[in-house]
Ligand binder design. Structure first.
Ligand SMILES: Cc1cc2nc3c(=O)[nH]c(=O)nc-3n(C[C@H](O)[C@H](O)[C@H](O)COP(=O)(O)OP(=O)(O)OC[C@H]3O[C@@H](n4cnc5c(N)ncnc54)[C@H](O)[C@@H]3O)c2cc1C
Length: 482
C-alpha cells in the first residue's frame, strides 16, 4: 500500500476532485449542511463531502482515504441522534445519490437496490407488483443502508424480526477498499458485522431485501388499555407464533394529565411541584384482506376474541400504500409545530420481558407529561425474540422482549436537564437487563461500556475491525475500541 506525504487533510481531500469532479463538495456553506443529524446536538464540519455514484467510485475514495489515513463516515438521511453519521474534518460520504432499484424479483420475493434508495420509493415500486418489504420502519424517508446499518424495527418485527434479518445479500466496500458481496453463504463474517454495523467495517453499496405478498386492504383496530400488565398479556396472545391473525402491531404509553402534585418542600412548579399523569396504552392491530373477495373480509368479533382492552376505540380500513405511509402526516405536523427542529435525545432500549413492566412503570411515574414536548411520545415495541438472528443487533434473551422508547423534542434551554434525566433512564434500563438501540442518544464513552453493550460479540467486533478496517478510518469516534 502507498502511504502519501503528509499534506493537510483539507489539501489532500481537494485531490479527490480529480476523481469526483463536482461531486466533491468543498465549499464551507455546503459542508455546513452536514454538520449535524436529527438529534441536533453535535456540530462537526466535514473537510469534504463526496457524492459517489457507484461501488467502484466508493472503493476508489476509500482507498484514497486509507492511503492518507483520512477518516470517513458513510451517511444516509442522518436520522441518528448522537452524530453517528457526522465527522469533524474528515470525509463525509453522502450515499444518497446511489438510488437505483435494480430488480424486483416477483418469484423470489426480493428486491435488489442501491444503498441510497429510500424505503418510501421501494414501497411505491414493489406495491405496483403486489409486494411490500417484510419489515418497514415507521419513517420511510430513510435509506436502505441507514437502517441496515442500525437494525430497522417496524410494526411487523414481532413476526419477521428486524430489517437486518430480512436481507439476503449485501455488497460492501470494506475499509480496505475492496468490493465484496456477502450473504449467509459467502463471506459470512462480513455479512454478520455489516448488518447493524454502524459503518464501522465498510460502506454498504447495494442490498437484496426480502419482500412479501401484500393484500389490498389493511384493517386497523384501535384498542386502548388502562393497565400495562393487561396490554402485555394481550401482546403475548397477539405475538404467539401459532396465531397468524395479525399483520402488524404498534403500541404506546400515552399520558392523561391529572394536574399537579407535591414532590418536595417548595410550592413552585419545577421546585416542589410537578405535573403528573395517569398512563394509558393504545394498541393498534391490523389484519389484511383482499377487497374483491368477500370470503376474506374479516369478522371483527372473531379477530378480537380473547383480547381484553379497556375500550375498543375505533376501526378503520386503509390501502396498503396509505398504511405503509401512515406516519407522513404525523411527521408533517412535527415539522409545522417546530418539533422537527428541536434537539431529539431519543432513548430507546430493549428490555427483558420479565423486568420490563417494573422498569417502564417506574420511569413513567417520574415522567411529567410536558417533558415530552409537542409531538414527543413514548413507544412500546414488543417482539418475539427468535425472529431475529443478526449478531450485532443487541437485545436481551428470553422468548419475548419489550422495546421501549422515549422520544422527546427538547427546547435548547431545557436540554441539559433532559439529557441528565434520559441518561439516568438509560443506565436504569441497562441495570434492568436492557440493550440500547444505537440510533438514539448514546453516552457510552469508554471501551468498557461498549464491550458491556456487545457482550460476547465484542471479540468478534474487534477481530472484524482488524480485518475489514485495519487502519481505523471508518466512522471513528462513536464506538470506543480502547
Ligand atoms: C422520525 C424518525 C422515526 C424513526 N423510526 C424508526 C423506526 O420505526 N424503526 C427503527 O428501527 N428506527 C427508526 N428511526 C431511527 C432510524 O431508522 C435510524 O436512525 C436509521 O439509521 C436512519 O437511516 P438514515 O438513512 O437516516 O441513516 P443515517 O442516520 O444517515 O446513518 C445511520 C448509520 O448508518 C451508517 N451508514 C449510513 N449509510 C451507510 C452505508 N452506505 N454503509 C454503511 N454504513 C452506513 C451511518 O454511518 C450511521 O452510523 C427513526 C428515526 C427518526 C428520526
Amino acid at each position: 500500500m502507498t502511504v502519501h506525504s503528509p499534506l493537510s487533510t483539507a489539501e489532500a481531500l481537494g485531490e479527490l476532485k480529480g476523481l469526483l469532479g463536482d461531486r466533491l463538495l468543498l465549499d464551507e456553506e455546503t459542508r455546513s449542511l452536514f454538520r449535524s443529524d436529527f438529534g441536533r446536538q453535535v456540530s462537526r464540519l466535514p473537510g469534504a463531502v463526496a457524492r459517489c455514484t457507484s461501488a467502484a467510485e466508493v472503493a476508489a475514495v476509500v482507498r484514497f482515504c486509507r492511503e492518507r489515513r483520512i477518516p470517513l463516515v458513510p451517511r444516509g438521511q442522518a436520522h441518528t441522534q448522537s452524530g453517528q453519521a457526522t465527522i469533524e474534518g474528515g470525509l463525509l460520504l453522502d450515499t444518497s445519490a446511489m438510488s437505483a432499484i435494480h430488480e424486483i424479483d416477483e418469484a423470489a420475493e426480493t428486491a435488489t437496490v442501491d444503498c441510497g434508495v429510500l424505503w418510501r420509493d421501494l414501497v411505491a415500486a414493489t406495491l405496483e407488483k403486489g409486494l411490500i418489504p417484510r419489515v418497514l420502519t415507521n419513517n420511510l424517508g430513510v435509506q436502505i443502508s441507514g437502517t441496515l446499518s442500525m437494525a430497522g424495527l417496524g410494526v411487523a418485527s414481532f413476526r419477521y424480526g428486524a430489517q437486518v434479518d430480512n436481507v439476503t445479500e449485501i455488497e460492501v466496500v470494506t475499509g480496505t477498499g475492496e468490493i465484496v458481496t456477502c450473504s449467509p453463504d459467502r463471506h459470512r463474517d462480513l455479512f454478520d458485522v455489516v448488518r447493524s454495523g454502524l459503518g464501522q467495517f465498510g460502506v454498504i453499496t447495494r442490498a437484496t431485501v426480502r419482500l412479501r405478498r401484500a393484500k389490498s386492504v389493511v384493517r386497523k383496530y384501535y384498542l386502548l388499555y388502562d393497565d400495562l400488565g393487561a396490554v402485555m398479556e394481550d401482546l403475548r396472545k397477539v405475538m404467539d407464533p401459532a396465531n397468524p391473525t395479525f399483520s402488524s402491531l404498534e403500541s404506546w404509553c400515552t399520558p392523561c394529565l391529572q394536574g399537579i402534585r407535591k414532590i418536595g418542600e417548595g410550592m413552585e412548579l419545577g421546585e416542589g411541584m410537578q405535573t403528573f399523569a395517569a398512563w394509558f396504552y393504545p394498541l393498534h392491530l391490523t389484519v389484511e384482506f383482499n377487497a374483491g373477495d368477500p370470503g376474506e373480509h374479516p369478522d371483527d368479533a372473531a379477530v378480537l376474541a380473547g383480547l381484553t382492552p379497556y375500550r375498543r376505540v375505533h376501526t378503520e380500513d386503509f390501502t396498503q400504500h396509505e398504511f405503509c405511509n401512515r406516519m407522513d402526516p404525523v411527521f408533517e405536523l412535527w415539522r409545522r409545530s417546530g418539533y422537527w427542529d428541536m434537539a431529539h435525545p431519543w432513548m430507546e432500549t430493549i428490555l427483558p420481558w420479565d423486568t420490563s413492566r417494573e422498569f417502564i412503570e417506574s420511569v413513567l411515574a417520574q415522567t411529567p407529561p410536558q417533558a415530552l414536548g409537542p409531538g414527543g411520545h413514548i413507544l412500546l415495541w414488543p417482539a418475539y425474540t427468535p425472529t431475529s438472528e443478526a449478531p450485532l443487533f443487541m437485545h436481551p434473551g428470553g422468548e419475548y422482549v419489550m422495546g421501549w422508547g422515549i422520544l422527546p423534542g427538547v427546547p435548547a434551554r431545557f436540554l441539559d436537564r433532559a439529557l441528565a434525566q434520559l441518561d439516568m433512564a438509560s443506565e436504569l434500563s441497562i441495570y434492568y437487563g436492557g440493550k440500547r438501540y444505537l440510533s438514539g442518544f448514546i453516552t457510552f464513552d469508554t471501551a468498557e461500556k461498549w464491550a458491556a453493550h456487545f457482550g460476547d460479540r465484542w471479540p468478534r467486533i474487534l477481530e472484524a475491525k482488524k480485518k475489514f478496517d485495519p487502519d481505523g478510518i471508518m466512522a471513528p469516534g462513536f464506538i470506543q475500541y480502547e
